[in-house]
Design a protein around this ligand. Structure first.
Ligand code: AMP
Ligand code: ZN
Length: 494
């Protein structure tokens, strides 16, 4: 029997602001769309937090036996600077500054993004469509919206008519913004605008002669507005109505409210059943962002090459740090927090490696079946990874007690313990046992330490105690203790 028949998931739906029981449109199948990166520069750790939050959702749904179609797009056109209606296209600007083709910019940062995601052991989505690969579909959608009376053309650009739409629909229902507030917040209020109303947004923009990303359309040469690609690609691959749509909190408005308006004007149905938004990763208490420079890159963390770090941290440790907070909570990045996560991560991995070596008892001091269910309960409650991790640490302390002889565990419970830990640590959280993967490194380490032991023996034979003591003391400082016995010298990692 599929696990999803036994486990009930509750998802916090950003549109109803309530936790709702998850019931997919088609039993056993889930359609999930997540807004992907705008590929004009390297992804920072904040972006990664959002993508890793949805990797956890994808992995857990798959673990429960759902067949998940996970679509995450690549934005390679249309996302303008400062999210403004009249800013420069981010990719085109980069191409202009670096004197390369826009598609080269997109390629460089798409490759970087995929490389970083695979270092984090995030699963690739089922479909990864690009905005530039769906220009025709976007033009068709614009035509449909014009035909339905919710968009108008001016000077080769097409705008969505927010006030017209609002006569019959609720614009802004996701973010809860009111039309009057939107007007007050619109930048081009004082400017001479070709839009009918300041709240209107672009579906298609005319390309000025110097604009290098351009396509033919019924309205002249231009390029699509940013919000449209997600409506078009989600409905193309998941249908007019699908189960889950995700993204960072900052995308609720205007991006997702615009997506809803576009989809409702094309298809007259609400496109998404469960809207999920992940909260921000902050640095020095402020949102990590490309534009402000307040960010850290994953590669800087993996190499330790950033002045705020005391050392390098592995992708699994970095991910473990992020999953120790719930995806809807703000999380602040710091060296201390990563150091603490690294300790916890090592304790968890060491405990997992101990399970096989535990002695077998005729009864168990812990209710393993109840503990297993509490791991599921944590994830069923809106993917609560910090509670899950707390449950994993309950098992860690039990394993240590059994190992020390102060508790006992039956053979069958030991098996359930191992299977459950394996499922949640590796399949659901997607962690990697880095010790295990480093057998090559451990050979290198033992070769190096044995060489130093030989050099120390030679030094001692020559009564060069300065050198022999130096080798012993400096290895000890690195956590490698040399033990002199009657059969020679061995070493131990402390
Ligand atoms: P972008 O490449 O700017 O389109 O952003 C890609 C994703 O990263 C979006 O879902 C954003 O909401 C998300 N994002 C941007 N900054 C942060 C942050 N500081 N913390 C978490 N997610 C973020
Ligand atoms: Zn999107």
């Amino acid at each position: 029997m599929k696990l999803y028949k036994e486990q009930e998931i509750y998802i916090y739906n950003s549109i109803s602001k309530e936790k709702e029981k998850f019931e997919p449109i088609t039993e056993g199948y889930v359609g999930m769309y997540v807004c992907g990166p705008t590929v004009y520069s390297n992804v920072h750790l904040g972006n990664c937090r959002t993508f890793l939050s949805f990797d956890l959702v994808f992995r857990y749904l798959k673990h429960l036996g759902y067949k998940v179609r996970y679509v995450r797009n690549i934005t390679d056109v249309g996302h303008l600077e400062d999210d403004a209606e009249d800013g420069e296209d981010r990719i085109a600007k980069r191409a202009r500054l670096e004197k390369i083709e826009p598609m080269e910019v997109a390629q460089i940062y798409t490759v970087d993004f995929r490389d970083i995601m695979s270092k984090f052991n995030a699963l690739p989505p089922s479909i990864e469509p690009t905005a530039t690969g769906h220009i025709l579909e976007q033009i068709e959608a614009i035509q449909k919206i014009i035909d339905r009376g919710f968009a108008y053309e001016v000077n080769g650009s097409v705008y969505f008519d927010v006030l017209k739409f609002s006569e019959t629909h609720e614009y802004g229902k996701l973010s809860g913004r009111r039309l009057e507030d939107m007007e007050a917040n619109t930048r081009d209020l004082d400017k001479q605008s070709e839009k009918k109303n300041p709240q209107d947004f672009a579906l298609w923009k005319v390309a000025e002669p110097q604009h290098i990303m351009r396509w033919n359309s019924p309205w002249g040469v231009g390029f699509p507005g940013w919000h449209l690609e997600c409506t078009v690609m989600s409905t193309k691959y998941l249908g007019e109505q699908f189960d889950i749509h995700g993204g960072g909190m900052d995308l609720k408005f205007p991006h997702h409210d615009c997506e809803i308006a576009q989809a409702e004007s094309c298809n007259e149905v609400s496109p998404v059943n469960y809207w999920m938004h992940s909260n921000m990763l902050t640095l020095n208490g402020k949102k990590m962002a490309k534009s402000t420079g307040n960010n850290i890159l994953p590669t800087e963390i993996f190499s330790g090459d950033n002045k705020i770090l005391s050392k390098a941290f592995s992708p699994s440790v970095t991910k473990f740090f992020m999953y120790q907070a719930h995806y809807r909570s703000v999380l602040d990045f710091s060296d201390e927090a990563l150091l603490a996560s690294e300790k916890g991560y090592r304790r968890l991995m060491q405990a997992y490696d101990l399970v096989d070596k535990l002695p077998i008892g005729n009864t168990s001091d812990m209710d393993i079946a109840a503990w297993r269910q509490s791991c599921y309960d944590a994830m069923n409650d809106d993917f609560n990874s910090p509670i899950l991790i707390a449950q994993l640490f309950e098992a860690v302390s039990y394993i240590q007690r059994v190992h020390n002889g102060t508790a006992i565990c039956t053979e069958s419970d030991k098996e359930i313990l191992k299977e459950t830990l394996k499922a949640f640590m590796f399949d659901v959280l997607g962690l990697i046992d880095e010790q295990e993967g480093q057998s090559g490194n451990s050979e290198m380490l033992s070769g190096t330490v044995n060489l130093l032991i030989d050099i120390r023996n030679d030094a001692r034979a020559e009564r060069n105690f300065d050198t022999s003591d130096k080798i012993r003391d400096e290895l000890a400082a690195l956590g490698i203790q040399l033990n002199d016995g009657k059969d020679g010298t061995g070493y131990e990692i402390k």
